[in-house]
Design a protein around this ligand. Structure first.
Ligand code: ARG
Length: 460
């Protein structure tokens, strides 16, 4: 059995069960790229500070390159008895290049090493998530552009409320995704500081240069406090919170599209390429991908919860519990990346059923609020006009008809100021044309929002 790199004081070897329980390399090997980057920066700094020779540096850097090649070719032997990604790489480096490699861990602990790796990994992941967000925004704006002028019922409480341009509804998702990207950017800016050189918890007596390693790794600066640097995972809580909000947004889109794909709504049809069948019911075509997007939001929220609970009872500084941060982190990022991608894929594969939507518009008195606005133009106080239109709606319901189909006499029997011009406010088509406030569903407003997003997202 190989002696551990930390084995100097130990007289017994670890029991197999404890070794298996403690290893993290089976999942933290995902950090290898960041670990190698950290080691390159650290070794270069050590040499510049005269703590290792230029020869040692050269040998170490060559060894690191070779290990990277091995890992990427799938030839690297990951060993559970070497615990984690850091010890695997360091031990392999010693096997490969000998004595020089034993100097790499000068003025470094796995405690600052691991959190450096994780910050680098998060930074790269945030950039990927933001890319996927932008891609989905582009897809949604294109979907909106292809459905110009389509009016759909808008809902509150899932009851018919007022008419909306479909473009307006789709751009609401785009706005939400924009704030999601903003939260990730905020998180990125706050996490982009270097823990490297904080060592175990107290820093070091050796003359290292933390500013040099921070700069080499693209961090803004070194973290000021070595205890804080190795202790906290608040940046993970922040990233997983941002991811949870993304997942919740996607889950709401998913819910809406699943609903719209139902026989009862029938507003959209997904292509076969994004649908699944049933093992027993031959007629079924289910919108599974979006159900899964909705479902996977549960695990993203669970991942955040795991890290919150993981951190809440920990004294300063490093505690081994923190090894448990990796799986929820990786799971959250991978799930959100895939959910963004699949939502885009689904969006590219749906058709809005224009006739079905149009034939459903007369139901639910979507123009009632517009009629109340009409009475405001006639000088009626809004509370009074609300009451009048309520009575008109009741009359329409009792006649099994729509507001626009009530005769002028019928309308005047409820309110004498109603005139012939009321009919230019009634009906969904008229109603939608009346909207004009900033941010409303009026045609001009939505057109300018469409232009805003097309320019911002560089869509031609
Ligand atoms: N695998 C460990 C982790 O993920 C690395 C740090 C271990 N440090 C230690 N002193 N045991 O947290």
């Amino acid at each position: 059995k190989e002696v551990k790199l930390w084995g100097g004081r130990f007289k017994e070897t670890m029991t197999p069960a404890v070794e298996k329980f403690s290893e993290s390399v089976s999942f933290d090997k995902k950090l290898y790229k960041d670990d190698l980057a950290g080691s390159r920066a650290h070794a270069s700094m050590l040499s510049k500070q005269g703590l290792i020779s230029e020869h040692d540096l050269e040998v170490i850097l060559q060894g690191i390159d070779e290990i990277e090649r091995q890992i990427e070719a799938g030839n690297f032997m990951w060993r559970a008895d070497r615990e984690d990604v850091h010890m695997n790489i360091e031990a392999a480096l010693i096997d490969l290049v000998g004595e020089s490699a034993k100097k790499l861990h000068t003025a470094r602990s796995r405690n600052d090493q691991v959190v450096t790796d994780v910050r680098l990994w998060c930074r790269r992941s945030i950039d990927q998530i933001i890319n996927n967000i932008i891609e989905l925004q582009v897809t949604l704006v294109n979907l909106a552009a292809n459905n110009k002028g389509l009016v759909v019922p808008g809902y509150t409480h899932l009851q018919r409320a007022q008419p909306l341009l479909l473009q307006h509804l789709l751009l609401a998702y785009v706005e939400q995704l924009e704030r999601d990207a903003g939260r990730l950017n905020d998180c990125r800016a706050r996490l982009n500081y270097s823990p490297l050189g904080s060592c175990a918890l107290a820093g070091t007596g050796l003359p290292i240069d933390r500013f040099a390693t921070a700069k080499a790794l693209g961090f803004i600066a070194p973290l000021r406090n070595s205890v804080d640097a190795v202790s906290d995972r608040d940046f993970l809580i922040e990233l997983l919170s941002a991811n949870s909000i993304i997942a919740v947004h996607l889950s709401r889109i998913a819910e809406e599209w699943v609903l719209w794909a139902s026989e009862e709504f029938g507003f959209l049809t997904p292509n076969d390429a994004v649908s699944s069948g049933s093992s027993i019911m031959p007629q079924k075509k289910n919108p599974d991908p979006m159900e899964l997007v909705r479902g996977k939001s549960a695990r993203v929220i669970g991942d955040l919860t795991t890290i919150l609970v993981l951190c809440k009872g920990l004294p300063q500084a490093y505690n081994r519990d923190l090894q448990e941060d990796k799986e929820p982190l990786f799971d959250s990022v991978e799930t959100v990346l895939a959910s963004l991608k699949v939502t885009g894929e689904f969006a590219k594969n749906i058709t809005f059923n224009k006739e079905r939507i149009a034939s459903s518009l007369p139901a639910g008195h979507l123009d009632a609020t517009t009629m109340a606005d009409y009475l405001v133009y006639k000088g009626v106080p809004f509370r009074t006009s609300h009451d009048i239109v309520g009575k008109a709606v009741a009359l329409a319901i009792s006649r099994k008809t729509e507001l626009s189909k009530l005769s002028l006499q019928e309308l005047q029997s409820i309110c004498s100021v109603v005139d012939d011009d009321v009919y230019s406010f009634l009906g969904t088509a008229n109603a939608i044309n009346r909207f004009q406030s900033y941010g409303s569903t009026g045609e001009a407003q939505v057109a300018s929002q469409m232009q805003y997003w097309s320019e911002k997202l560089n869509i031609h």
